[in-house]
Design a protein around this ligand. Structure first.
Ligand SMILES: NC(=O)c1ccc[n+]([C@@H]2O[C@H](COP(=O)([O-])OP(=O)(O)OC[C@H]3O[C@@H](n4cnc5c(N)ncnc54)[C@H](OP(=O)(O)O)[C@@H]3O)[C@@H](O)[C@H]2O)c1
Length: 511
């Protein structure tokens, strides 16, 4: 019998039905902030429109700002209209009917007692069954306070339903503070209740990395040191530091991008096939990769790590100021806004294959991608210089223009044996009618469903910090090798990054 069209297919409906979570309340700490307005509530709205929010759902926003329920909702509505200009009042009213706001200090125990009462009341009135998610969307300096108060108020107990905690990045400032935070949160919540978020893992193409590797049989056999020359992972931004100077001055590019996003993407690219598509099986394999990073030492930190900071320059024809000229930045700041690392994984599969990771601000364009560069063919048959042949590259574009491109050599039509590189392209935008979902939409849904696959386990966070600490310590105690600023805004970073490539056939991709 022919398969009915997609939406009528009972199997397909079953798939969606599985994804509707049980009733629950979502408590957001720091609800007056940017993340709640720009990302979390729009993501909840998308879930609501797809009928993927539970029928009984409540949102309770908490922060210190003294505003009413109505003012809170009005602020969220205005922010949502940015992405949903057609939003009607009736749709907004039905979506937000169970939204509440509570003003209070994060260290004031009375706020937690009042929250406990409010949650009980909401359970009774709205049937949320005692299921609670606490989302920490505040700056990290108040995380520990909130966690211990939640524990003291008995809100981490799972007597009536589930209690889960979502912790935003950054998770710690270094290894020691990450260990302390892990310890604090584990005193109150069990690991299975903890969802450490890295929104990169919610991106469609990052998830597709797993599908591409483990739902196809043609890639895995060549996914190792025998066929791969090196791997480049790039996360570039054209924006400067903007209004985040305060945070950025104490963080810098390694903490902001490498410890979390780039190391997570690298683990997914490099890990062994997990025994199941299940949170702990996948996280076990990612952890092995993070632990296999060859430690940086006093010599290799010079050879394998390059730092940079942008000076004034031009982007899209417009003159832009340097990092040191941004408001809130020390005019003599040595905070790196660019880093490139050469990483070796001491595993059987990846022995000798460099993973070249780079990220920076004020680079020519915003893009995130993984490029697997394969080895040159061993024997040259054609009257071409081997250096004229481009190696095969598989590019996995994470953002924007999500998709995969395979570059390979082909014959130019005609009488001569001219060889040229062509692309075989898969684009999400053209292959699928539905657009890719926002990362927070997927991650909020997974948390409601109790699926921690795309969240980071405590031991992974610590392993990532441990790998990065020698570079961080070295950079924070020594002057840059070349005075900052050492790259112009609108260029691809400091020239020293080329030294990481080592071999003449390796080049940073110009994106
Ligand atoms: N925004 C993003 O796109 C984004 C992306 C990735 C990760 N994150 C992470 O998500 C969390 C929230 O981000 P956000 O951009 O929403 O932050 P935010 O706007 O700076 O802060 C959120 C709320 O926390 C309270 N707050 C601010 N500074 C505080 C302080 N020093 N002590 C106590 N409370 C303070 C404020 O509410 P009250 O004054 O009303 O209490 C503020 O509205 C952060 O950990 C951030 O690193 C954000």
């Amino acid at each position: 019998m022919a398969t009915p069209i997609l939406m009528e297919n009972p199997l397909r409906q079953g798939l969606f039905a599985d994804r509707v979570p049980a009733p629950c309340s979502l408590v957001i700490y720091g609800a007056s902030g940017d993340l709640t307005h720009r990302k979390l509530v729009p993501a909840l709205f998308d879930l609501y429109e797809k009928h993927l929010l539970p029928a009984s759902f409540s949102l309770i926003g908490i922060s210190r700002s003294k505003i009413s329920d109505e003012e809170f909702k009005q602020g969220l509505k205005v922010a949502l209209k940015e992405s949903e200009p057609q939003l009607s009042d009736s749709l907004w009213n039905s979506f937000s009917q169970n939204f509440h706001y509570m003003a209070g200090g994060y260290d004031d125990f009375k706020t937690y007692q009042a929250l406990s009462q409010m949650l009980d009341q909401v359970d009774q009135e709205n049937g949320t069954s005692g299921n609670r998610i606490f989302y920490l969307s505040t700056p990290p300096n108040v995380f520990e306070n909130i966690i211990s108060n939640l524990g003291a108020a008995g809100l981490a107990k799972e007597e009536k339903g589930f209690a889960r905690i979502v912790i935003e990045k950054p998770f710690g400032h270094d290894l020691e503070s990450a260990q302390e935070l892990n310890q604090k949160v584990k005193e109150v919540f069990k690991e299975r209740q903890i969802y450490r978020i890295d929104h990169y893992l919610g991106k469609e193409t990052v998830q597709n990395l797993l599908v591409m590797r483990f739902a196809n049989s043609i890639f895995e056999p060549i996914w190792d040191r025998r066929y791969v020359d090196h791997i480049q992972i790039t996360a570039s931004e054209d924006m400067g530091v903007g209004s985040r100077a305060g945070y950025y001055e104490s963080s810098g590019i390694l903490r902001d991008m490498f410890q979390n996003h780039l190391f997570q993407v690298m683990s997914l690219v490099a890990m062994e096939p997990p025994v199941a598509f299940e949170a702990n099986a996948i996280r076990d394999e990612k952890l092995k990769i993070l632990k296999s990073i060859r430690p940086f030492n006093e010599n290799t930190v010079y050879q394998w790590a390059v730092r940079g900071q942008y000076g004034p320059g031009y982007l899209s024809g417009e003159k832009v100021p340097g990092y040191r000229e941004a408001e809130g930045v020390n005019p003599k700041s040595n905070t790196p806004t660019y880093a490139a690392l050469k990483i070796f994984l001491d595993t059987w599969r990846w022995h000798g294959v460099p993973f070249l990771l780079r990220s920076g601000k004020r680079l020519p364009k915003r893009t995130t991608e993984v490029a697997i560069q394969f080895k040159q063919p061993p024997n040259l048959l054609f009257k071409t210089n081997v250096s004229d042949l481009s190696p095969n590259v598989m590019v996995i574009r994470i953002q924007p223009d999500e998709g995969i491109t395979l570059k390979f050599e082909t014959k130019v039509p005609g009488m001569s044996m001219e060889v040229r590189t062509v692309n075989m392209d898969f684009r999400y935008g053209t292959s699928f009618a539905e657009g890719t979902s926002e990362a927070y939409e997927r991650l909020l849904l997974d948390c409601m469903l109790g699926d921690a696959t795309l969240f980071i386990r405590g031991d992974e966070v610590e392993a990532a910090w441990a790998a990065l600490m020698p570079v961080l310590n070295h950079w924070e105690t020594t002057e840059p090798e070349r005075h900052f600023p050492n790259y112009e805004a609108g260029t691809w970073g400091p020239a020293e990054a080329d030294n990481l490539l080592e071999k003449p056939w390796r080049k940073w991709r110009r994106l």
